[in-house]
Design a protein around this ligand. Structure first.
Ligand SMILES: *Cc1c(COP(=O)(O)O)cnc(C)c1O
Length: 401
């Protein structure tokens, strides 16, 4: 595949030029975007103009198709970052007298519970800690025990560890119990398969700056039209009311309040590139290659992944910090940045770790560069081996199955 970005400018000191930021972003959004996506933002659009309405209409229909949705589904874009769209979805689809079962195995699941606290909606949780997957049987048991639960809310790829949660078995357990499913597919949608035939859902949410590879500025909800229709009056919020945005958009072709016009224009270009790459399967194939090259290369240096292979997503990978006392994350981060690669700190509570993303306009060539830079960074720090503490590997064994 051809990436659409130039390599970072590195000056004589080996520092990447900070203006404009030109390092590769190995982060799960914002991420490295194509030059043509950035260039699409050089045009100004009137938000009420027919040309912009056409962009909005095309955006909505492409995303419904990408979600495997037929005529029974519709897409509603929402201004703001992904969290705004998650909050909008929950507030609009969980009725005020409903109750949610939130599946938690990381920061984004916790954020959903926190959102429900703000909203004052009833919920219960299954909390698996930092990285263990919530399983279908556990969901079935929780639903059988609590008839008041109306909705299950799950994170597709929990970006804090990078685990790919078993969405299909969770969706099956939810449907078998006659309950409804809301999915935060923020960091997975566009790269991982998503199909209501395989996993029935009432609504899901994602955003512009993850696997579609646009720039940040809006999220979108894809939902059953019947659920959108009956969501009227549920939301606590004027600006986050998905039903109201949907209704207005259907009537006028416009967003209710000022849309991020340049971001939408960039997103349309990102959609063209997504389509050109072969849609979801094409994108997934590149991300899988990225991950495999990264994980193989890092393991060769002695690094080890938090997750056993079965649970590794092609989105972002968590690596344990090495035991070597010369290793410090900040120094490693700085050494990587000096070579043109921005990595991501870890988000685990028990073991020290860092993360490297596989998404964005990156290919296996770039990932080989990441591994070479990691090797050089270790050398500069005087780290002889990147092997993690035995305790970390023992902890990982819990996940081997
Ligand atoms: C990125 C992300 C979000 C949204 O985060 P924002 O910072 O608001 O864009 C929500 N859930 C998951 C799983 C994510 O990866």
């Amino acid at each position: 595949m051809q990436t659409h970005v130039s390599t970072p400018d590195i000056d004589a000191d080996g520092r990447s030029d900070p203006k404009p930021p030109s390092a590769w972003l190995l982060t799960p959004g914002p991420l490295t975007t194509a030059a043509s996506v950035k260039a699409a933002m050089l045009t100004d659009w009137g938000s009420w103009d027919d040309d912009f309405k056409l962009l909005t209409a095309r955006l909505r229909s492409y995303l419904v198709e990408l979600a495997g949705g037929d005529d029974d589904y519709d897409c509603v874009p929402i201004q703001g970052s992904g969290t705004y769209a998650v909050e909008a979805m929950i507030a609009s689809f969980l009725p005020k007298d409903g109750k949610a079962l939130v599946l938690i195995n990381g920061a984004y699941g916790k954020r959903i519970a926190q959102t429900l606290d703000y909203l004052g909606r009833a919920y219960t949780v299954i909390d698996k800690g930092d990285y263990l997957p919530p399983r279908g049987e556990e969901v079935a048991a929780a639903l059988a025990a609590e008839p008041a639960i109306s909705h299950v809310i799950v994170v597709h790829c929990e970006t804090s560890s990078g685990i790919l949660n078993p969405l299909e078995e969770i969706a099956a357990a939810t449907a078998a119990a006659g309950r409804k499913l809301l999915v935060d597919s923020m960091s997975a949608f566009g790269a991982l398969p998503f199909n209501p035939a395989d996993m029935p859902f009432e609504a899901m949410v994602s955003s512009a700056n993850k696997c579609i590879e646009g720039v940040p500025g809006f999220g979108f909800v894809i939902a059953q039209k019947s659920a959108l229709a009956s969501a009227k009056g549920n939301s606590h919020s004027l600006s986050l009311d998905v039903h109201a945005q949907w209704d207005y958009m259907n009537k006028t072709g416009q967003w209710r309040f000022t849309p991020p016009t340049h971001v939408v224009a960039a997103f349309m270009q990102a959609i063209d590139l997504h389509e050109e790459e072969g849609g979801q399967p094409g994108r997934l194939a590149r991300y899988v290659r990225n991950r495999d090259v990264l994980v193989d290369g890092m393991r060769n240096l002695g690094f080890e992944t938090l997750l056993a292979d079965r649970w590794l997503s092609p989105i972002i990978v968590t690596f344990f910090n090495p035991t070597d006392p010369n290793f410090a994350f900040q120094a490693f981060y700085d050494a990587m940045k000096a070579q043109g690669f921005i990595i991501y700190p870890g988000k685990l509570t028990v073991v020290d770790s860092f993360r490297i993303g596989c998404i964005g306009q990156l290919d296996e060539q770039v990932m080989r560069g990441v591994v070479a830079a990691a090797a050089k960074s270790l050398q500069q720090m005087g780290v002889a081996s990147a092997v993690p503490p035995k305790a970390a590997l023992d902890e990982r064994a819990v996940l081997a199955g």
